[in-house]
Design a protein around this ligand. Structure first.
Ligand SMILES: *Cc1c(COP(=O)(O)O)cnc(C)c1O
Length: 718
């Protein structure tokens, strides 16, 4: 792969620090705190203002600052260390896990397709958990030195930026992504030409330019249809993530699946394993079948070959939530393609036919399940739910033997661990702990951290979070008049000595963001207790077309302005990776109360636990595996309720009781040194129990040994 990033911007820098540009173009910096410190040392305010985007940052930075830095011994020492670490990281792939364990499988390539990638806040091409998982997957694939390449879509307007109007209504803005100031560079052919691929879309030819993003040792390819050779309406069509009707979606998915295969071929990359992360990208199997048939295979032979090396991960535990298209749309968009597969209409549609109450549809999940040899859900419970949901596809097997396994999600530890805690872990764990994250033994040393030190470190992170919340709000006030109730809702009254609960997630209705308000008076009592008060910080985006989700935000905003809650409820707008990081590191308790079993896995609670933040969560998704009785709290009974309302009543009562009888008393059981010994014991248990098991280190090793390697070896499948 050609590499032009080292030339990008290099002329801007004094010779002594000329590699800053190169560093900014490899997202390795996003999980290396010292690399980030280099940027903050140059100009901390500008680093904030550019939303931690080093490319934009370096382009905006005054040249005098760079000149001064090139003379500054402190800066230069750190610069040299960071670049040494970066070089070591990039060169030492041969010492990493995959290379050591699979020396005979070095010439393979795993292509990982996903509709969204959540790598960092400066690349807003993700909406939620699915994207964050893909981003973390790439980073860990790099750490473990897998032969890996990601394939995705570049949405020039990305996912939206959320603003809340004074009356609590969510408005969406779509700032255009300026590709010249994000860490992306045009992909080039081996002989140096920019790569443009094309796909046919309903009679029109669409062009896509390929960008590449460097994620440590791995690369992510993104397809960009906002190019001049495309008609203006086409360029708009692809602007946003999940931002349109079914025509937009099918078009994006054709470019992702079919275009993605063509992008790889154009770069002369020939994967030996194909991983489809959720069904959005499943058209890739059709393109691969077409390729093989051009070489003379029959459709049946091609399908066999594709199944042998294709892996599919499903993420959706709700039947109605799966991606699907009406037959008529498939007729329009696949009329010619179908002919190239030698299939008639019935044969083609039956590849993915799903008979729904609203008529038969072409289900991307069914296409993916049928055309992949290995498939998994993303938690133990989600595996069970998926086996039941799709058992009709394997009528000869009992539901419990439906061949869908599970690999529980994890998080990329260096990305989500607070720098202050990283230092602490460095001190109390074995020096090479970061190489052995998934080994439970690694974490035994956590118990050695002095209680007071852990408590104080967490308090420091909490103050940083509260400052961050207040700073954001002050900026807003300077732009407009605020009423006293708005100021109440703004976090001015947040207090670092108060037990702080965080709730941040997409405002999909099943997440039940307002469950804790079901008995508003009981909640008021809990929050405004004069001796043992509690405060709650909310954040999250509703899908722009989800009016119900937006109403939930408005309700919470209303509660935040209600003086009865005494300023102890705050809604922080524009939940993204940056805010997510601050929240999971800074609150005391992480609340999650979805309607089970709709949380396929959830990962934000894993981030919280890694940072010693205690989960207070419905027993759903990963928490069914993670909860052990003394690392947080679980609630929600595994039973059928006569109605959703009855379930909400039972779950909210359980939540209040836990808060009143366990969480609050434990937190305020302060000793003479001002901290709660019992609370710290829970924090330590949370870290030790969750950090190894719910890491991407454990997860990627499972994907590799259970799915990728057997696919490389074309071993049999079910
Ligand atoms: C981790 C994360 C998510 C996913 O977490 P859930 O537990 O699934 O809600 C979503 N958005 C952001 C910004 C995150 O950091």
């Amino acid at each position: 792969m050609s590499n032009s990033s080292s030339h990008v911007m290099s002329s801007m820098f004094p010779a002594r620090i000329t590699r800053l540009g190169e560093l900014s173009y490899n997202l390795w910096w996003s999980w290396n705190h010292e690399a980030q410190s280099l940027f903050t040392m140059l100009d901390a305010r500008l680093w904030e203002r550019t939303h931690h985007n080093p490319v934009k940052f370096l382009r905006t930075l005054l040249p005098q600052r760079l000149q001064a830095a090139a003379q500054d011994q402190t800066f230069l020492r750190l610069y040299d260390k960071v670049l040494r670490d970066f070089d070591l990281y990039m060169q030492n792939g041969d010492k990493s896990w995959y290379t050591r364990t699979h020396p005979d499988l070095q010439n393979e390539t795993i292509a990982y397709f996903s509709a969204e990638f959540g790598l960092h806040e400066c690349l807003p091409i993700y909406s939620g958990g699915l994207g964050i998982l893909s981003g973390d997957h790439c980073k860990e694939a790099s750490d473990l030195a897998l032969p890996f390449i990601g394939v995705g879509f570049l949405y020039p307007q990305g996912y939206f930026h959320q603003y809340i109007s004074p009356d609590g209504w969510q408005t969406a803005a779509y700032p255009r992504l300026d590709l010249s100031s994000v860490p992306a560079i045009p992909a080039r052919t081996p002989d140096g030409k920019e790569i443009i691929i094309h796909v046919e879309l309903n009679g029109q030819v669409v062009h896509a330019k390929i960008w590449q993003i460097k994620v440590g040792r791995t690369t992510l390819l993104l397809m960009d249809t906002d190019v001049e050779s495309n008609a203006p309406e086409l360029r708009d069509l692809f602007g946003r993530l999940y931002g349109g009707d079914q025509r937009v979606r099918i078009s994006q998915e054709i470019v992702l699946g079919i275009g993605g295969v063509r992008a790889l071929r154009a770069m002369n990359i020939n994967p030996t394993v194909w991983h489809m992360n959720e069904g959005h990208c499943a058209f890739l199997v059709l393109e691969r079948a077409r390729e093989m048939m051009q070489e003379g295979a029959s459709f049946a032979e091609a399908s066999e070959a594709i199944r042998a090396d294709t892996v599919f991960t499903t993420h959706t535990p709700v039947a109605a939530g799966h991606d699907e298209f009406p037959f008529q749309l498939m007729d329009e968009y696949f009329f010619h393609f179908r002919e190239q597969l030698g299939l008639d209409r019935e044969e083609f549609l039956s590849l993915a036919r799903h008979d729904q109450p609203w008529g038969p549809t072409f289900s991307m999940t069914i296409l993916a399940l049928r055309m992949s040899g290995r498939h998994n859900g993303v938690s133990k419970l989600h595996g069970e739910v998926s086996r039941k949901m799709w058992s009709f596809l394997w009528p000869e097997k009992p539901a419990s033997e439906t061949p869908i396994s599970h690999i529980t999600n994890g998080i990329h530890t260096p990305t989500w661990l607070a720098p202050e805690l990283l230092q602490l872990y460095d001190r109390y764990l074995q020096p090479d702990w970061i190489e052995r994250i998934d080994d439970p033994q690694t974490w035994a040393g956590i118990k050695e951290i002095p209680d007071e030190l852990l408590w104080n470190t967490h308090q420091h992170l909490k103050r940083e979070l509260l400052d961050f919340v207040r700073r954001g709000r002050q900026e807003e006030w300077s732009h407009r008049e605020s009423s006293s109730s708005q100021i109440l809702a703004s976090g001015t009254l947040l207090d670092p000595d108060i037990l702080t609960i965080g709730f941040a997630r997409r405002f999909a209705t099943y997440k039940r963001a307002t469950l804790i308000f079901r008995d508003a008076n009981r909640l008021k009592h809990i929050l405004s207790n004069s001796e043992r008060p509690v405060q709650i910080i909310f954040a999250g985006k509703a899908h722009p077309q989800d009016e119900g989700g937006k109403r939930l935000i408005q309700q919470i905003y209303g509660f935040a302005q209600d003086s009865g809650f005494a300023g102890r409820i705050v809604f922080v707008d524009n939940y993204d990776i940056a805010l997510g990081r601050q929240l999971v590191q800074g609150v005391d308790v992480w609340l999650n109360n979805p309607r089970p079993p709709r949380e396929a896995s959830g990962t934000s609670g894993q981030k919280a636990a890694l940072n010693g933040v205690l989960n207070l969560s419905i027993l759903d998704g990963w928490w069914c595996e993670g909860y052990n009785g003394h690392n947080g709290w679980g609630f929600g009974e595994d039973r059928e309720y006569p109605s959703e309302d009855a379930q909400d009543a039972a779950d909210s009562t359980a939540l209040y009781t836990l808060l009143e009888e366990e969480v609050v008393p434990l937190y305020y059981a302060r000793n003479f040194s001002g901290y709660s010994h019992a609370w710290v014991a829970y924090m330590k248990e949370a870290i030790c129990s969750a950090a190894p098991q719910f890491s991407t280190a454990r997860m990627i090793k499972e994907y590799t040994t259970r799915l990728y390697v057997p696919a490389m070896l074309k071993k049999g499948w079910e």
